[in-house]
Design a protein around this ligand. Sequence first.
Ligand code: NAP
Length: 333
Amino acid sequence: MKTQTILLKNRPEGKPKLSDFEFTTEDSIETISSGEMLLETAYVSVDPYLRGRMSDAKSYVPPFELNKPIHSGVVAKVIDSKNDKFSEGDYVSGMLDWKTQQISKVEDLLKVDASKAPLSAYLGILGMTGLTAYCGLTQIGKPQAGETLVVSGAAGAVGSIVGQIGKILGLRVIGIAGTDEKIDMLKSKFGFDAGINYNTTDNMKTAIAEAAPDGVDIYFDNVGGPISDAIFFSINKFARIINCGAISVYNNTELPKGLSVQPFLVKNSALMQGFIVSNYVEKFPEAMKQLSEWLAEGKLTYTETIVDGFDNIPKAFIDLFEGKNKGKMIVKI
Ligand code: NAP
């Protein structure tokens, strides 16, 4: 057996290409040292934020190094262990390299329980995705029953959970997504009150005003750009805008030009705050408990787009920028 690895070959210019990634193969690992474990990758999370790490720009996490393995959230099986905390056959999740097999020490790995939830869920609703949705909405959004929430990227991993939490908390929820099929799913599967397909809507400003006749109290922004600009025309007094992501501009090669939002914020005493999930570590136990309970009670559900095969990791990542996923995009190895 050989071990395969995916390296970052080039820093992408604009939209990432398959040629920005390189596959290497080496002999499998035979021996491990005391304290180590040998892991076999089971599921790999591909996420829009990885695009930022592929650029050589200052951010909240350092860039990936060229010709080094890319890493992201992974669920892996322990196939050999010289560590007291984990045994052969256990499954763990953590930030691991895009490799079919790797040696790891215990730091930052969590044991996951396949009897409680499907393993892939630990990369989605019971992983960073769920934590992002819960912490962003509750900590910055501070929702009050009866308010109106708009979510962009609503049919994706984070957005589909944000909208459902909004419904649980008694909000009117409007989702923005890129296809009619996704809009149907938001309403039928996730209980959103209304949806807007930004690809077929001529005037987003009007569409938002019509879908939110009482104005927008909370905007959970996953996409940035012109879609988000349109929201500002409908925000209410004391609105909260959670700036979670901006996928629509991640591949831009020039600084995006957009609306000057300051007058809208001043006029409405509104708050717009950047959100990074890792700033809310102290909230994670509460978030995990609540998400698990809602999931067990059937109040929350989720969808995944599972792509098969290690070779398809780069393509699955690129497909995020084409909206090919519904819910969490995950690669099964
Ligand atoms: P996701 O929404 O599951 O996948 C990306 C989705 O973005 C696609 O399915 C696509 O859906 C939409 N999209 C792609 N290009 C677009 C464009 N040009 N304009 C509008 N929509 C576009 O991804 P996710 O993992 O849930 O992440 C969602 C956002 O949250 C991302 O911006 C990500 O960076 C951010 N995030 C932030 C944190 C944090 O701590 N700050 C943590 C996790 C995620 P459509 O078909 O609807 O276009």
